[in-house]
Design a protein around this ligand. Sequence first.
Ligand SMILES: C[S@@+](CC[C@H](N)C(=O)[O-])C[C@H]1O[C@@H](n2cnc3c(N)ncnc32)[C@H](O)[C@@H]1O
Length: 416
Amino acid sequence: MKTSHRIYFQNAAHMRPLDDRSVDLVVTSPPYPMIAMWDEVFCSQDAAIGRLLKGGDGMAAFERMHRRLDRVWDELRRVVKPGGIVCINIGDATRTLKENFRLYPNHARTLQYLQQLGFHALPDILWRKQTNAPNKFMGSGMLPAGAYVTLEHEYILVLRKGGKRVFQTAAQQQNRRESAFFWEERNAWFSDVWFDLKGSRQALGRPEVRARSGAFPFELAYRLICMYSVKGDLVLDPFAGTGTTLAAAMAGARNSIGFEIDPGLAGEATALLSATGDFANARIHARLARHMDFCTARAQAAKPFKHTNVHYGFPVITAQEKQLLLNDLQTVVACGSNAFEATYALAPQARFCQSGDAPGPQAVSAHAPVPGSCSPRLSEPRGTSTCQMPLFSEPAKSALAVRPPAEAGDYHSAKP
Ligand SMILES: C[S@@+](CC[C@H](N)C(=O)[O-])C[C@H]1O[C@@H](n2cnc3c(N)ncnc32)[C@H](O)[C@@H]1O
């Protein structure tokens, strides 16, 4: 199994490399209108925005910024397949202009426009951020009525182009079954509030690019990709930034394409993609280990399992998980400018298999060390595994020092 990944450093208002109806899933986060760190990106595309901000006309500036994003949403209507899903991570903004404080509802404006384009809104997700400053307040403090609620959440809007996707052929149906997720993951991932995702480290460390990346956590993209696409699909991020969505697609055995207007981010993106193998496999193994823990806890509580996974031989709750198979990444190879190809193992990871001499759920735990394991642990310094299998290059290992996928630190959007 092979996937390909490429970032085009150009404006996503014209995604010419993409054919009509070619994309299965979009996972993206645009620059947020009226968040000051993105003013320059919008002003460089429409000089009138700068004048409106200076003059204090916030709502007019807000609308013109959204019109820039609308051009990209227009392109999504062209490139997304019927039945394809669009996930947009966006936060509202608060800002004071000429002493006038107000909320700029980016999520509502975006949702409304995509619906006008013909996309159907599905239930969305509130990403509740873990805050470092729970007592922070805005406005008049303890005195009514000029105090303001602190925004500590963002949205993940979920839309579909038309009706449900159909998996027609036997091969498509089998691929869908192998792309399944665990029952216990479904229960967490399909909650409408996500509390457990930390913001991603954002410092770029290269002031000539810009101070902060606006990156979202690897886990956010990885989860959405597992939820809304199958292996071999094409995932698009029109606002690719440092390439997090492409790295997550690679980890999930999906193809990916990104567009990014700022060529200064090429180094960040290629470093991340070359390094994806190690942390992707760590994430995959953590999913399997967590399932083993779940099985152990359920067995100890004398709760029954009705089904067995055919690849791993471990128990699963539903018949839909019987064919589930998570493929380890084997190689990541650069091929051309800002492009990569990845290959995957087709066999299940022996240490998670319950047949023969392989350890069962009692022997493999997300928390306990695994004797003789050749797989990198999540807690190990990355790139130090003694595994004979992964074939990642030295540049890929050194790139791990550049940006770990999901660390605590600054949050995704800058607060004004
Ligand atoms: C919020 S950031 C995305 C960060 C990304 N999710 C990541 O994890 O690194 C938005 C990105 O969109 C880019 N951008 C803004 N307007 C664009 C356009 N019209 N076409 C392509 N990229 C654009 C910005 O330069 C910025 O890097």
